[in-house]
Design a protein around this ligand. Structure first.
Ligand code: SAH
Length: 393
């Protein structure tokens, strides 16, 4: 077994069961791409079994902090079974959910979503890549399913020096699927959609939004960064009479339109604008348009803390414009899915936006990813998605 020794003092994060070791913490040792290595402190104390990523800034990702544990097929089977058992306790209001959420499930670099009878996996680290066959077999054995599609095309692959790979890993057939979320029907294509096909992490917030639309008597909604219209369907279900979906992806908007029809809502209650959100907000302001509710669910502006400052300006700008476009008493559902922006910082950014817009509001909701995208005690970086529901004063 190959060994990696850390520099003095650099054992602290592994001792706290945080699974990452950065390149700069390593004194000597290494391995092949994804190989399991024994990680030791400068004085030779065992710290973890970890996967070695020769090209990544995150050079090691810990599989286990237990010296007696073997990283073999049985290990992956146990971790996968544990993750599945956790989801079974959640009473998820959908037939689609995140089965494996990387570090939070003790499987760094691995993301697996389940859409009905189809699994979709992203192998995002050298370690996950190396164990792909074992993981694929364990996933099918633990779920009893036969279809597993690979979507290893996330940016993390590039940082790991791994090539893009997509396609059926197990089974085959149609990649276009229909799922149920709450009482809605939604469609996706696991081969073509963003991420693994759909943004499952916003499931709970979509349902909260439907309730809020009803509760606050919202009639007009601007759903920014709508993707395939999840929040738009929620708004219509909550009783909104006019909903606009804005996104820069034409195919996503076509699906949003289809979702309106599929869920039995009249087509004239919904508009799809293929446009840049920033430009759209400015245009609406110029035209004097106002809305009872606005959703801002932008893509990740700050992938890491290093991007936080520029991202903060971008978040502030769209939130400022949204505050100005809201009717008095209107509802803002605003999100950040950037790991580099803490909930506290996000609140400060939104506060700055309110100040610039000359608007205050009541925070009526604090939102986060659905529990099948778990956060764990030892991995604060897992807290990526945060949102606020705000009633304009
Ligand atoms: N709210 C969605 C998920 C949004 S993901 C849901 O509930 O499913 C972010 C979306 O923003 C993507 O669909 C992407 O196409 C879109 N997007 C990214 N940059 C954009 C821009 N500048 N203007 C409009 N849409 C943008």
């Amino acid at each position: 077994m190959k060994k990696v020794s850390l520099r003095p003092g650099k054992e602290r994060s592994l001792l706290k069961r945080h699974p990452w070791v950065f390149e700069s913490s390593i004194a000597r040792g290494g391995g092949d791409s994804g190989e399991t290595v024994r990680v030791e402190s400068a004085d030779g104390q065992f710290l973890a079994w970890a996967a070695f990523s020769p090209k990544s800034l995150i050079r090691l990702r810990a599989w286990s902090f237990d010296e007696a544990e073997r990283i073999d097929a049985g290990f992956f089977q146990r971790r996968i079974e544990q993750a599945i058992a956790m989801r079974a306790r959640l009473a998820i209001a959908s037939d689609a959910w995140r089965l494996i959420h990387g570090e939070a499930d003790g499987l760094p670099g691995l993301v697996v979503d389940r859409y009905g009878d189809t699994l979709v996996a992203q192998f995002g680290s050298a370690g996950a890549e190396r164990w792909k066959t074992v993981i694929a077999d364990a996933l099918l054995a633990a779920t009893g399913l036969t279809r597993l599609y690979e979507r290893s095309d996330a940016q993390a692959r590039e940082w790991e020096g791994l090539p893009v790979h997509t396609g059926w890993l197990r089974g085959d057939g149609a990649t276009a699927l229909t799922i149920r979320e709450h009482e809605w029907q939604l469609t996706l294509d696991v081969a073509e959609g963003h991420k693994t096909g759909y943004y499952l992490d916003q499931r709970d917030s979509r349902s909260r939004f439907a309730d809020a639309v009803k509760q606050y008597g919202v009639k007009t909604v601007l759903n920014c960064f709508s993707y395939t219209g999840g929040f738009s369907v929620a708004a219509l279900a909550g009783g909104a009479t006019q909903v606009v979906s804005v996104d820069s992806s034409g195919p996503a908007l076509e699906r949003a339109k289809a979702h309106v029809a599929l869920n039995g809502f009249a087509a004239n209650r919904h508009e799809a604008w293929d446009a840049d959100v920033n430009a759209t907000l400015r245009r609406c302001l110029q035209e004097g348009r106002r809305f009872d509710a606005i959703v801002l669910d932008p893509p990740k502006f700050a992938p890491t803390v290093a991007h936080a400052e520029r991202a903060a300006r971008a978040y502030k700008d769209i939130n400022r414009l949204a505050f100005m476009l809201l009717n008095d008493g209107g509802l803002l559902y605003t999100f950040s899915c950037s790991g580099g922006i803490s909930p506290d910082l996000f609140h400060k950014i939104v506060a700055g936006a309110g100040l610039d817009a000359g608007v205050d509001g009541y925070i009526v909701e604090r939102l986060s990813a659905a529990a099948d995208h778990p956060q764990t005690v030892c991995f604060p970086e897992g807290d990526y998605l945060k949102g606020l529901g705000i009633l304009k004063r």
